[in-house]
Design a protein. Structure first.
Length: 272
């Protein structure tokens, strides 16, 4: 296998992630939404696989993450869990599954865990949802927080621009981050905020902070379709493309079309 050498082949746990931060080891996290992609990501040595509600965008073609349902998240998470041996699998709670109230949030969290076999859940928001987050944690479910740009609130924000540039929003983010740690979250995603604010949160919290568009942190996360260059439309400043799979795949598919039409495929060796 080329690339990263996996030193520790044991299943990654939430406790190990906290330990990694304590030891100064960085955490790698990527999204996956299906069995085959999960096998590839897991076998490459990923620490955490996020079954993100970004499935709504990259798998279903929706403009926002809002339309994806609990049933659809369970379907994606179940497929990912089947393809994963080592990585910790975290599943997003979709929009509407925890915002209504504590009882409904806990019921949905339990259902996602029971049916998907994911290892943990992630949900967006700070003190507004702290009672629900505590209740989910009390039910024995590990929770990853998510602050900064919260795509489920895009209609409130009105823009995907960088968050918490102003002092008041930065202070609110800091106190939310502490509230999530105090409640018992095992990690926190910070999306699209100034790098110095992210650094401050990393220093003040003992739980790992995973950044996306937030500069250096205890770990990083990207959407797999974006970092593999499978789509052409999305190219924010923070995105590093590690491949151009759009071109690789359209070239291969184009070649297949030519081979079928010219009757080059199937050849003699490909017949019974
Ligand atoms: O849904 C998702 O993919 C996410 C990441 C962008 C953190 O929440």
């Amino acid at each position: 296998m080329s690339g990263y050498l996996i030193e520790d082949t044991r299943k990654v746990t939430t406790h190990r992630l906290v330990e990694m931060k304590r030891q100064g080891k960085k955490i790698a996290m990527l999204t996956a939404y299906d069995y085959t992609m999960a096998q590839i990501v897991d076998q490459a040595g990923m620490d955490v696989i996020l079954v993100g509600d970004s499935a709504s965008n990259v798998m279903a073609g929706n403009f926002t993450t809002l339309p994806i349902s609990v049933d659809q998240m369970i379907y994606h998470a179940k497929s990912v869990v089947r393809g994963t041996k080592r990585s910790l699998v975290v599943c997003d709670m979709p929009f509407g599954s925890y915002q209504v109230g504590r009882a409904e949030g806990v019921a949905n969290a339990i259902r996602i865990m029971k049916e998907s076999h994911a290892d943990a859940l992630k949900l967006e928001g700070g003190v507004e949802f702290i009672d629900t987050i505590r209740a989910i944690l009390d039910a024995g479910i590990p929770v990853m927080g998510h602050l900064g740009l919260m795509p489920q609130s895009i209609n409130k924000f009105g823009t995907y621009a960088v968050r918490a540039k102003e002092e008041a929003e930065a202070e609110k983010l800091l106190s939310d981050a502490h509230a999530l740690e105090d409640a018992g979250c095992f990690a926190l995603v910070l999306e699209k905020i100034p790098a110095d604010l992210c650094q401050r949160v990393c220093k003040e919290l003992t739980i790992p902070v995973i950044g996306i568009g937030a500069g250096p942190a205890d770990g990083q996360v990207l959407v797999i379709h974006d970092m593999l260059g499978m789509n052409k439309e999305f190219s924010p400043k923070f995105l590093r493309r590690y491949a151009d799979l759009f071109s690789v795949m359209t070239t291969a598919i184009g070649q297949y079309i030519c081979d079928v039409k010219s009757m080059d495929f199937p050849g003699e060796n490909e017949c019974y």
